[in-house]
Write a protein that binds this ligand. Structure first.
Ligand code: SF4
Length: 400
């Protein structure tokens, strides 16, 4: 049974395909955003600061020199800066500022005893050990009042709300891990160092909240293990995904981008889309025209009905055409899902005539089969009558 980290579970929730590429196929990518690179360097500086603290308090100058050294040594060509108005220097200096602020706020770094730095933890989520989790705690501390503290450094530019941190799964899960591995940790405090704001935020979890978190995580692990399709899911996070070349939603876009613009029209996919877009736009123009004509026709139709009723005629003569106006009573059933609809269906069943008016709803059947809603041999017996066929939808999106 594999072990799951919160980032692994989060990846699955965001995009099952990206999950498969990273955690099932284990395809490595070295591309990273400069924000993640900066975050790593800050974490390293903090780890070094607290490791050294067992022997001495390092000076701010030493700490900054350590950070600069790591930055220079670890910088690589695959670090991407997505903001065009920013440079590497901007980010390097930002990291320095984070370190200076943190240093001044926490010097001389004697708030409690260090229990672990970048501490790797593995623990079961339930008593049977069916669900296994893992994680790395930035800094695990023992406070002077005997509480365990889970410290997490955040270098991101977004300020989280307290309510969001009170629901944060990562540190909540770490608390479960800490209390599983060290049962003497009766009280655990969760602490975020939001270094972009020189701010510290805290949260505590009730036993009920931890139980709920365990259930949620176990449910997500079940979903991961039942997954077979690993479909891609497009979102704002795609901009930070390093797997565009393997993603069916992105790989052609990536290919087109790599071709000089003057050669685009010769690329077969581009030619198809351009031809499709041209016809689609023409169709849209015609549809707008048709809608306007339909509206006018509707108005004339109303006038024809009023005229026929007033004059007591069914046929109205024109210069070179005639209009036949026929009225017929029609029955309409109450809307699906309404109480009246349910009452009507009950009546029809009671009267024993339901089979005469009920028909199979193919989309409801498809949904029930796809979801595996019916258990046992019901599903098997139904599957003998239905065929799986691949249906395509082709949707045009205009580039902004
Ligand atoms: S580009 Fe987006 S949809 Fe494709 S694998 Fe990455 S995250 Fe998923």
């Amino acid at each position: 049974m594999p072990e799951y980290s919160i980032s692994q579970i989060g990846t699955f929730e965001n995009c099952a395909l990206q999950y498969r590429l990273i955690y099932v196929d284990r395809i490595k990518r070295y591309e990273e955003g400069v924000e993640a690179f900066l975050g790593q360097r800050f974490h390293e500086a903090m780890e070094w600061l607290y490791r050294e603290r067992a022997f001495r308090v390092v000076s701010l100058e030493e700490l900054l020199a350590y950070y600069e050294k790591q930055w220079a040594e670890k910088w690589h060509a695959e670090v991407k800066i997505s903001r065009e108005d920013r440079t590497v220097e901007d980010y390097r200096l930002m990291g320095r500022r984070f370190i200076e602020d943190y240093y001044k706020r926490h010097h001389p770094f004697d708030e409690g005893r260090v229990l672990g730095l970048e501490r790797y933890i593995r623990f079961p989520l339930d008593e049977s050990g069916r669900y296994k989790c893992k994680g790395i705690i930035d800094r695990l501390m023992l406070a002077s009042d005997g509480a365990f503290e889970v410290h997490d450094y955040k270098t991101g530019a977004g300020l989280p709300e307290q309510a969001g941190l009170d629901r944060d799964r990562q540190l909540g899960l770490y608390q479960i891990g800490v209390q599983t591995l060290w049962p003497e940790a009766k009280e655990v405090r969760l602490i975020w160092h939001l270094v972009a704001f020189d701010l510290e935020m805290k949260s505590r979890r009730t036993p009920e909240a931890l139980e709920e978190l365990k259930r949620d995580i176990a449910g997500l692990i079940d979903r991961i293990e039942a997954e077979r399709e690993y479909a891609p899911h497009e979102s704002g996070l795609c901009d930070w995904c390093a797997y565009w070349d393997l993603c069916p939603l992105k790989k052609h876009l990536l290919k087109v981008e790599s071709i000089p613009k003057n050669l685009w029209k010769d690329e077969p996919g581009v030619a198809i889309v351009n031809a499709y877009a041209e016809k689609w736009r023409k169709k849209r123009g015609l549809e707008t025209e048709v809608k306007a004509v339909e509206f006018e026709l509707g108005e004339i139709r109303e006038a024809a009905i009023a005229f026929a009723e007033k004059e007591g005629v069914q046929v109205i003569g024109g210069t070179d055409a005639r209009l036949r106006v026929t009225g017929k009573e029609r029955i309409t059933a109450p809307a699906k899902g309404s109480e009246e609809r349910e009452a009507l269906e009950r009546e029809l069943r009671l009267a024993g005539v339901w089979d005469e008016v009920a028909t199979l709803d193919p989309s409801a059947l498809e949904k029930a089969v796809a979801e595996g809603r019916w258990k046992g041999n019901i599903l098997e017996r139904i599957k003998a009558y239905v065929r799986a066929e691949r249906r395509y939808t082709v949707t045009l999106t205009e580039n902004s």
